[in-house]
Design a protein around this ligand. Structure first.
Ligand code: SF4
Length: 603
C-alpha cells in the first residue's frame, strides 16, 4: 500500500488544508470504490489542498499498532490522522460503523463531537448512509448527502478561511451549516414523545436550514473525473479501470434506496465515455474496463456505445465488463459483444419468485422475461446463471418462496432442452434478506425477525437441494437485523455503537468477526430495544428521523408508492411518462425534459 501509480504527494509548503479521506474497511475494498478515486481527484487538483487516504487496519495490523503505540496514519505521508484538518468518512453501509469508531480511537480522537476542540480535525460523512445520518449524529460534525464534487470544494474553502482567521469550532460548524447540502447535527436537538418515537428536530441555531436538500451535480460531462486513477500494487476486489456511465435510475423498485436517492438520471455522453475509457486504460495499463451505473442497460445509447467500446478495447487487447444488466432490457446484441471476452456466467435479479410479489415491489419483469433471457443465455453457450432474490419483502407468502424454487427448476429444464454442454449448466440462487431502508416506499415497513428469516432459508434450502445443478447461497440473518436497526435508527444509537465497539465489535460485515451477542449486550446496556427500529411498522403520521434530509424524492411520492404496493399496483418506469417523484422541486430532470424523445431502450 502507498506509493501507487498516480498517488499524490504534496509538501507542507504546498498545503493549506489537509484532508483525510477515510474508508472504514480494508484497503482492497476501498480501492475498488470509484467514489474514492473521484474524491481524491477532486480534492487534490485544488491548489493548497492535500487529500490523503486512510483505511481500517486489519485485525493483525490493529494489534501491532496498539502494541507499538502507532496512531492511525495516512497511506501517502504516513501522517497521523489527528493532524488532518478534515477527516471525511465515506458511509457506504451500516455494518462499517463500528470501524469508524475504531479508526477514531486508533487516531486518538474523541468519539463525540461535543468533546472535540480546535485541536482536532472536523469529522465529516458522505455517501448513501448520510441520507439517514442520525445513528452517527453525536459522533460526526457534519454530513454532505448527495453528489460530492462541488460541496467538497466549498467545504474546503470554509475550512481554509477558518484556519486563516482562527475561528473557534462552533463558528466553523455554523459557517459550514450555511452551505447548501451540509447538515450539522449538533445544531439541532432531537425530540421524542413518551413512547420513544421521534417527533422532530428542533433548531438550536436560527440560521440552520429547516431541511437539508442533497446536492445534485447535473452536468456529468462537465464534472471532474479521474483519468489518472490510483493503480494499487495488490489485488483489489474490482481490479480494473472504471468509467461512470450515468447516475440515477428511473425504474422505481420500491425497496431500493439507491434508485430513490440518486435521482434524477444524468448521463455522460457516449463520446466522453469512449474517450475516458481509452485514456484511463492507457494511463493505468489495466487490461479490463468496466462501466458503472445502477442499471447499465438502461443507458439511452447502450448498444452503439458497447459496440464502439468493444472495438476500442479490442484494439488495445482489453476486455469490457458490464456489471448490471436487467432481464427485460436484455439485449442479445450487447451480450454477444461481451461474450467475445467472457463466457462463464451471467447474473440477473428477478428479486421475487412470483409476478404478484414483483408487482408489489415494482420490479417490472415477467416470467416470460426471465425464461426468454435464460433460454438466450443457455443457447449462447454460457455455463452458469446466477439469480438474485430478496426474501422477507412486504406482502411475501410461502407461495413466493415456492416461486423461487419453480424458477430454478424451470431454468434447469430449459438447460436440458437447449444447452450444448448438457449437464454442465448451473443455476445459482442467491438470496438476501430484505432490509427496509430510509428514503424508499418501504421505509414504513417491518423487517422479518431473525427466526422468520431462518425458517425461510430452511424452506428454500430444503427444496432447492433436491434439484440437480442448483446451488443456494444466502446471507446471515443477524447481520441483516443489525443493518435494519441502523438503517432507520436515530441518534440514541450512538451510545450503543460506541458500547459495541468497547465490547470488541469490528468489521461487522465480515462473518469471521461479526458477533451479534456483543451487539445485543451493547443494546441492552444502553437501553435500546433493537426491534423498535427493525420490527415496528411506522405509522404514516410519524416523524421519521431522516426527514431532516431531503433526498429529492418527496415523502408524499413515497407514501403514494407504498399505497400502490399494498394494492399490488405497478408504477411505470418514468421514461414512459413522469410519475412526479418530486426531484423537479429542485432541479430540471433530464428524463422529464426529454419526454418521449428519451431513447427508450428495452421499454
Ligand atoms: S421528475 Fe419525473 S421523469 Fe424525472 S425522475 Fe422523477 S418521476 Fe422520473
Amino acid at each position: 500500500m502507498g506509493g501507487e501509480l498516480h498517488s499524490v504527494r504534496k509538501t507542507p509548503e504546498e498545503t493549506e488544508v489537509y484532508w483525510g479521506f477515510c474508508f472504514p474497511d480494508l484497503y482492497e475494498i476501498g480501492m475498488s470504490y470509484l467514489g474514492l478515486q473521484i474524491i481524491y481527484h477532486v480534492l487534490n487538483r485544488q491548489e493548497g489542498v492535500f487529500c490523503q487516504r486512510l483505511f481500517a487496519p486489519g485485525a493483525d495490523m490493529e494489534e501491532l499498532m496498539r502494541a507499538e503505540g502507532i496512531p492511525l496514519f495516512t497511506i501517502e505521508d504516513k501522517q497521523p490522522a489527528a493532524e488532518m484538518d478534515i477527516l471525511g468518512f465515506t458511509l457506504q453501509y451500516e455494518l462499517s460503523f463500528s470501524n469508524i469508531v475504531n479508526m477514531l480511537d486508533l487516531a486518538g480522537i474523541p468519539f463525540y463531537s461535543k468533546d472535540r476542540t480546535e485541536e482536532h480535525p472536523v469529522i465529516a460523512g458522505g455517501g448513501n448512509c448520510s441520507f439517514n445520518p442520525e445513528p452517527l449524529a453525536d459522533i460526526f460534525d457534519f454530513f454532505m448527502p448527495g453528489d460530492g464534487e462541488e460541496i467538497l470544494v466549498e467545504v474546503t474553502d470554509i475550512v481554509r478561511k477558518s484556519k486563516k482567521e482562527k475561528w473557534d469550532r462552533q463558528k466553523l460548524l455554523q459557517e459550514l451549516s450555511l452551505l447548501d447540502g451540509v447538515y450539522v447535527p449538533s445544531l439541532y436537538e432531537a425530540q421524542y414523545d413518551e413512547s420513544g418515537r421521534m417527533t422532530g428536530h428542533r433548531k438550536l441555531y436560527d440560521q440552520a436550514a429547516d431541511r437539508i436538500v442533497k446536492r445534485f451535480v447535473m452536468d456529468m460531462d462537465g464534472s471532474p473525473f479521474p483519468l489518472h486513477p490510483l493503480v494499487p500494487f495488490t489485488d483489489t476486489v474490482h481490479d480494473r479501470t472504471v468509467v461512470e456511465l450515468f447516475r440515477g435510475c428511473t425504474r422505481g423498485c420500491r425497496f431500493c434506496q439507491a434508485g430513490m436517492i440518486c435521482r434524477p438520471v444524468r448521463e455522460r455522453s457516449p463520446g466522453q465515455v469512449r474517450q475516458y475509457a481509452a485514456e484511463s486504460l492507457a494511463n493505468t495499463g489495466y487490461d479490463e474496463m468496466s462501466l458503472l451505473s445502477l442499471s447499465t442497460s438502461d443507458y439511452s445509447q447502450i448498444e452503439p456505445l458497447v459496440r464502439d467500446l468493444m472495438s476500442d478495447c479490442r484494439e488495445v487487447r482489453a476486455g469490457l465488463s458490464l456489471p448490471s444488466l436487467r432481464l427485460d432490457s436484455f439485449s442479445e446484441d450487447v451480450l454477444r459483444d461481451i461474450q467475445e471476452f467472457r463466457k462463464t456466467g451471467l447474473t440477473f435479479a428477478p428479486e421475487a419468485g412470483t409476478q404478484r410479489l414483483r408487482d408489489i415491489i415494482n420490479k417490472s419483469i415477467t416470467d416470460e422475461h426471465i425464461y426468454t433471457a435464460a433460454e438466450k443465455v443457455i443457447r449462447m453457450g454460457y455455463t452458469n446463471i446466477k439469480l438474485y432474490f430478496m426474501i422477507g419483502l412486504p406482502g411475501e407468502t410461502d407461495e413466493d418462496l415456492e416461486g423461487i424454487v419453480e424458477i430454478a427448476r424451470n431454468i434447469v429444464s430449459l438447460s436440458r432442452q437447449y444447452s450444448e454442454n448438457k449437464g454442465r449448466f448451473n443455476v445459482t440462487v442467491s438470496v438476501s434478506n430484505f432490509v427496509p431502508k430510509a428514503d424508499t416506499p418501504f421505509q414504513w415497513a417491518a423487517q422479518d425477525t431473525p427466526d422468520e428469516f431462518d425458517r425461510k432459508h430452511f424452506f428454500l434450502k430444503d427444496r432447492l437441494k433436491k434439484l440437480k445443478h442448483v446451488s443456494f447461497q444466502y446471507h446471515g440473518t443477524d447481520t441483516s437485523h443489525l443493518e435494519a436497526v441502523f438503517a432507520r435508527g436515530d441518534r440514541r444509537l450512538c451510545a450503543s455503537l460506541i458500547r459495541a465497539w468497547e465490547l470488541g465489535c469490528r468489521f461487522d460485515g465480515w462473518t469471521e468477526f461479526f458477533d451479534y451477542g456483543k451487539w445485543l449486550q451493547a443494546f441492552e446496556e444502553t437501553g435500546i430495544d433493537p426491534d423498535f427500529y427493525s420490527k415496528r411498522v411506522r405509522s404514516e403520521e410519524e416523524y421519521l428521523p431522516w426527514e431532516i434530509i431531503d433526498c429529492g424524492v418527496s415523502k408524499s411520492y413515497m407514501l403514494k408508492e407504498m399505497h400502490r404496493a399494498m394494492e399490488g399496483i405497478q408504477t411505470d418506469d418514468c421514461r414512459r411518462g413522469c410519475t412526479g417523484c418530486g426531484v423537479r422541486r429542485f432541479v430540471e430532470c433530464p428524463v422529464y425534459e426529454m419526454g418521449t424523445n428519451y431513447t427508450q431502450v428495452g421499454l
